[in-house]
Design a protein around this ligand. Structure first.
Ligand code: 5GP
Length: 187
């Protein structure tokens, strides 16, 4: 079967990963699409669970082999992408796919899959809020925070191109809203 696609996009630090993890607990019919990426693994991450961590050369080889459904150089030399094999793996299990990806990747998938997909933008309450979130992560350097904030300013402009917007003013509100949107789409 070909299942549906639920895409969560947001600027880095807006809270989309927390929302996606929550939905995975609530909806057993969903499975998380593990992206491939070429950035180094963080100490709290696991190979094949958070990402398929590849070297830059391995990633570029897979681009050349056309193994990606979408890919992007999100930050310099940090490539991220969704492997075709990942989508097939999840659909073979009879599940719908939930994606956590950046704004450009999210819109790209939406364009490819149309009505079979739902693209949701997670809106942070403010840029200042995002900056605080990134600082509290302790995995980001001052440069990477600056880079992510610079990108976020453009990403906020793209919100209106999504099917739905979830405002993450309080996490509790965002989770309830996200649950309702996903439930409506799946039924
Ligand atoms: P991080 O390094 O914080 O894990 O991710 C950086 C950005 O890359 C995030 O906005 C994340 O959502 C995005 N990202 C993760 N996987 C993919 C993917 O498969 N494709 C695209 N286009 N972006 C992705």
């Amino acid at each position: 079967m070909q299942g549906k696609l639920i895409i969560f996009s947001a600027p880095s630090g807006a809270g989309k990963t927390t929302i996606v993890q929550h939905l995975l607990k609530i909806f057993p019919e969903l499975e998380f699409s593990v992206s491939a990426c070429s950035r180094p693994m963080r100490k709290d991450e696991t190979q094949g669970i958070d990402y398929y961590f590849l070297s830059l050369d391995e990633f570029k080889q897979k681009i050349a082999n056309e193994e990606f459904i979408e890919w992007e150089e999100v930050y310099k030399d940090n490539f991220y992408g969704t492997l075709k094999s990942e989508v097939v793996r999840i659909w073979k299990k009879g599940k719908h796919i939930i994606f956590d990806m950046d704004v450009v990747g999210g819109l790209n998938l939406k364009k490819q899959f149309g009505k079979e997909s739902l693209a949701i933008f997670v809106m942070p309450p403010s840029i200042e809020h995002l900056e605080k979130r990134l600082q509290s992560r302790e995995t980001e350097t001052p440069e990477s925070i600056k880079r992510r904030i610079g990108k976020a300013e453009n990403e906020l402009q793209a919100a209106i191109m999504f099917d739905k917007i979830v405002l993450n003013d309080t996490l509790e509100h965002a989770l309830v809203e996200a649950e309702k949107i996903v439930s409506d789409f799946l039924n």
